[in-house]
Design a protein around this ligand. Structure first.
Ligand SMILES: [Zn+2]
Length: 150
């Protein structure tokens, strides 16, 4: 039985579907580490976003990006305010950094990971990934085509 070594799982609908692979960044790695060592329920799925869920994913990802940017901006504004009003600049800075960090972590609660968009060239082709029709290069001059509307 040719079984893939890692089952893929859509992060939106949770179904074992194939799709665009999720980028394994530090948040994903942290979640995996946490599951492996603390909750002991690491599934080891290949995380993907299936074609059906992509529009939904794109919307969620955009919202997440906006929220994260807003939270970080808030943290920076808080830090600046502390620096202005506090007589102890060092404490104000430390406080500001802490709050920014806290806001950033808060924005990760509904984490929506980035996708691994494969490079067009030099891609090590997997079996069904390329659906592009392999057309042999044909001689095609622009004037050779039939209708020319002037
Ligand atoms: Zn899905």
């Amino acid at each position: 039985m040719p079984k893939p070594s890692r089952e893929s799982r859509c992060i939106i609908c949770g179904l074992p579907k194939d799709g665009l692979e999720v980028k394994e960044d530090y948040v994903i790695n942290f979640i995996r580490l946490f599951k492996r060592n603390v909750t002991k329920n690491e599934k080891g799925y290949r995380l993907v976003v299936c074609k059906d869920c992509y529009p939904k994913y794109a919307k969620q990802r955009k919202r997440f990006d906006t929220r994260r940017a807003t939270y970080i901006a808030l943290g920076v504004i808080f830090t600046a305010l502390f620096l202005v009003v506090s007589p102890n600049k060092l404490a104000a800075l430390a406080y500001g950094v802490l709050i920014t960090l806290f806001l950033y972590l808060l924005s990760l609660v509904n984490y929506v990971p980035a996708l691994n968009i494969p490079q067009i060239q030099g891609q090590h082709g997997s079996n069904e990934a390329s659906a592009s029709p392999s057309k042999p290069p044909t001689r095609e001059s622009p004037s050779a085509h039939g209708k020319q509307n002037a």
